[in-house]
Design a protein around this ligand. Structure first.
Ligand code: AMP
Ligand code: ZN
Length: 278
């Protein structure tokens, strides 16, 4: 058990939640679901593995090669499986893998990708707002309980529509969130940010620098969420259209474990003393 009550910490960058802390995690998600409901958002759920071929359409792999976690398994021919089992299988705490089957999937690095992929090829005549929650996986240089994890939980509210519809959604979400931060006594600053592009010469990275599209909710130096304006990025990549034009999109993303962290920093670990989530 770590110093935080009801938290189990795994050095691999994962946490287990028990008791009251788990209740708070669930209550946070319910809070975000209520925010989504204010937009009459449609609830969606997707599997945790995402097609590499689909993600390649949004240049995911050249943008974030450092972040992704491949869903890899052994090639299933008998010789290969025997080579694995007879080779000792483990070297210290690491698997001694033999030949791999083709790796066609990665573990979700963000909650909203499967949504655009699911909308692929659609005509969307009206503004559509969805909410999706996912376990997300990102390889990071180092891990810290609740603050920086390999596996963490992301809830998103996603808007697909015209440019003005998406911008309006993002702006009003930001105003709504400022009310929430005040209710929770959280000192949150909005900071213009760029995604952690592997190569700063990447065209998307350059675009974000020239015309910022990502604003982060920063509390005590930690981004607990972000507001992202993708313009036509996903609409173009997945041929999601309104009439002759591809749609625009934007999302509001929350990192649930980071919210727990800043709430603990602010209100302590007597979880019953926390202000109500509203
Ligand atoms: P992003 O798509 O990078 O804006 O991520 C959305 C939110 O997920 C961030 O604002 C964080 O709150 C959370 N997040 C991102 N990476 C991690 C991580 N490695 N561990 C925990 N939370 C994370
Ligand atoms: Zn998103």
């Amino acid at each position: 058990m770590s110093a935080i009550p009801d938290l189990l910490w795994y050095e691999s960058g994962q946490s287990g939640l028990l008791g009251r802390l788990l209740e708070k995690h669930q209550a946070l998600d319910e809070l975000f679901l209520r925010l989504a409901a204010e937009w009459h958002a449609e609830k969606t759920a997707f599997p945790p593995l995402i097609s590499a071929r689909e993600l390649a359409k949004v240049a995911y792999f050249e943008s974030f090669p450092q972040l992704f976690t491949a869903a890899a398994g052994l090639a299933s021919d008998e010789d290969n499986l025997r080579a694995f089992t007879s080779g000792g299988m483990l070297d210290g705490d690491a698997l001694k893998l033999t030949a791999l089957a083709p790796v066609r999937e990665i573990l979700a690095p963000a909650a909203c990708y499967p949504l655009y992929i699911a909308m692929q090829g659609r005509e969307m005549p009206e503004r559509s707002i969805f909410t999706v929650r996912s376990n997300c996986f990102r390889r990071e240089r180092e891990y810290l309980p609740l603050q920086r994890q390999w596996a963490f939980t992301m809830r998103e509210i996603v808007c697909i529509g015209s440019g003005s519809e998406v911008r309006d959604f993002l702006e009003r979400s930001r105003e709504r969130l400022d009310v929430l931060f005040a209710n929770l006594s959280l000192d949150v600053q909005w900071e213009v940010a760029t995604d952690p592009f592997f190569d700063p010469r990447n065209p998307q990275s350059l675009m974000q620098r020239v015309d910022p599209v990502k604003r982060e909710m920063v509390c005590g130096g930690l981004a607990i969420g972000s507001i992202n304006y993708h313009r036509h990025h996903f609409g173009d990549a997945f041929s999601i259209r309104r009439g002759n034009e591809s749609v625009e999109s934007g999302c509001v993303a929350f990192g649930l474990e980071r919210w727990l962290h800043v709430l603990i920093q602010k209100h302590g670990t007597s979880y019953d003393q926390w202000p109500p989530f509203e």
